[in-house]
Design a protein around this ligand. Structure first.
Ligand code: ME8
Length: 520
């Protein structure tokens, strides 16, 4: 691991940069949210994290959408960038940077990587006709196409393709087949989950053809160095954002130390670009490869693909307004196994929120903290000697850090939440089984110990939940009197545990139930 001067390990994480030709949808929100949870987790675990997103603002698709809306491509880009910034705020998922591909610093980086690939002899001018899909911004081989209506042809993604016959610059992708395969072999975790790795490996094994990397029939892009008739293929441009953020080509830039990135988090439809083209470009330019391409699945509304024509494209901001931010965050991170496709529906969101947040964690916090307020003078009590049951639940809650860290190796966010809520379940059984409301009369000292143990377990659970439900976790920690600077994972592993005598604020409900029917 690379250490910073302060001795903290570094971690550089990116989202894909959304196309700026449309408003944010739930898939974008999900990706940003997952990356935010990873970022928060790593920071709480002592890492110096660089978390970057961006906007993919060039290409034919942008030019077409802008023309349709009677605005310039730059106006379209500005409008969409503002919508994505609002989404980031609504999700409470801030980033350290937003690389917009129309920025001058990005033009510099993209032209530099182009020049290095050219200097390495990997770029040539030629003319091969081919099938191009504007929606995917990609060429497809004849053999990959399917029949569309009225004798038209469709890309494997279902998008229409057009026959393109123009002179363009090509990248010698075919020359990288063996080196890419060797890299996948030597770094088995380069593409994760394995399912996507296997797809990429067999695709590359079937052989690679050279890649058209410039266009000359439209001009909304970064000019090719030395030949301004051409603009760069939008994917060469877009992928380069990941090094623009680290100050490339300035090797002395403050963020240069963050390259190579630890994880590019992307959806399953763009694995080819990230796991084949991007590493090949970097090899050609003599730049280190990212450590991991982390692939997530697609979200479906009740099993249906979102589409404008079906009318089921849901604005993530509407969902956040309806359910509240933390229920929204919790639902998607808990319910969708990270790496797999997932479904959402009103019922599923309500059920998760009420069962896990309101009942399991909310009730435990509410019951134990209001007992503390009433029976222990609103202070953290002094515990007596711990029983076996006390020790068992305390140990389980402390072990959560190491378990979560292990699961974070595979970015198994849903399993981390599963482990945390398993402990919440145990804590509820402990609390019910120990019956502190009865001990209040028969053995008040024992009651104080039970309430102490429960509050301490809540402290640990709250610290662990911060990456996922940051606002609620923070309220819970406030209600336990935990100082803002004592909320790291190390404070679970090494303490200090809740100091007896700490004065606690009046408990407030933190996890409201979602009521779906009006009460009569
Ligand atoms: O692909 N569920 O941009 P994009 C989950 N500009 N994730 C989804 C999704 C869904 N239903 N739909 C899309 C692009 N995504 C390029 C990226 S990176 C150098 C350039 C994911 O706006 C998608 O897989 O179409 C991608 O990771 C991200 O959202 C942006 O998609």
């Amino acid at each position: 691991k690379i250490m910073t001067m302060a001795g903290r390990p570094r971690f550089y994480l990116t989202t894909a940069i959304p196309y700026a030709n449309g408003a944010p949808h739930i898939g974008h929100a999900y990706e940003r949210l997952a990356c935010d949870a990873i970022t928060r987790f790593k920071r709480l675990d002592g890492y110096d994290v660089l978390f970057v997103t961006g906007m993919d603002e060039h290409g034919q698709k942008m030019q077409q959408t802008a023309a349709r809306d009677h605005i310039t491509p730059q106006e379209l880009a500005d409008r969409t960038a503002a919508q994505f910034a609002a989404m980031g705020l609504a999700l409470d998922a801030p980033t350290d940077d937003v690389v917009r591909t129309t920025e001058p610093r990005h033009h510099v980086a993209a032209q530099e990587i182009w020049n290095r690939m050219a200097a390495n002899g990997d770029i040539y001018l030629s003319k091969y006709p081919g099938w191009y899909s504007v929606r995917d911004e990609a060429f497809f081989d004849e053999g990959e196409l399917t029949e569309g209506p009225n004798g038209t042809k469709l890309a494997p993604t279902g998008a229409p393709v057009e026959w393109v016959e123009e002179e363009s610059y090509y990248f010698k992708l075919s020359a990288y087949q063996e080196r890419l395969l060797a890299h996948y072999q030597a770094h088995p975790d380069f593409i994760t989950p394995e399912k996507y790795r296997n797809e990429i490996v067999s695709f590359v094994e079937r052989g690679l053809t050279d890649l058209s990397i410039s266009r000359s029939t439209f001009d909304w892009g970064i000019p090719v160095p030395g030949d301004a008739k051409h603009v760069m293929y939008v994917w060469v441009d877009a992928l380069t954002n990941y090094i623009t953020a680290t100050g490339f080509p300035d090797a002395e830039a403050p963020r240069a130390v963050f390259w190579p990135a630890d994880a590019h988090v992307i959806g399953k439809d763009i694995t080819r670009f990230h796991a084949i083209y991007w590493p090949a470009f970097l090899m050609s330019a003599g730049i280190a490869l990212p450590k991991q391409i982390v692939v997530h699945g697609f979200l479906f509304n009740r099993g249906e693909k979102m589409s404008k024509s079906v009318g089921n494209v849901i604005d993530p901001l509407t969902l956040i307004e309806t359910y509240g931010l933390d229920p929204f965050r919790y639902f998607f991170l808990r319910e969708v196994p990270f790496g797999q496709d997932g479904n959402y529906s009103h019922e599923a969101i309500v059920n998760r929120t009420n069962a896990d947040l309101a009942n399991d964690l909310g009730n435990l916090a509410q019951r134990s903290l209001s007992m503390l307020a009433k029976n222990c003078g609103g202070k953290v009590p002094q515990p007596g000697a711990f029983s076996e049951a006390d020790k068992a639940i305390l140990d389980l809650s402390r072990a959560l850090v190491e378990k979560s860290r292990d699961l974070m190796q595979d970015f198994s966010l849903h399993l981390i939440l599963g482990e945390i809520w398993r402990v919440v379940g145990e804590a509820n059984r402990y609390f019910a089984g120990e019956e502190p409301w009865i001990k209040r009369k028969t053995d008040p000292a024992r009651m104080e110990t039970i309430l102490y143990v429960t509050a301490e377990v809540l402290r640990r659970v709250a610290i662990l939940t911060q990456p996922f439900i940051p606002q609620s976790a923070s309220k819970l920690l406030d209600s336990l009197g935990v100082a803002a600077e004592a909320r790291l994972f190390i404070h679970v592993e090494e303490g200090p545990d809740l100091p007896p005598g700490t004065v606690l604020p009046t408990p407030v409900p933190i996890f409201p139930r979602i009521e779906t029917e009006a009460k009569s």
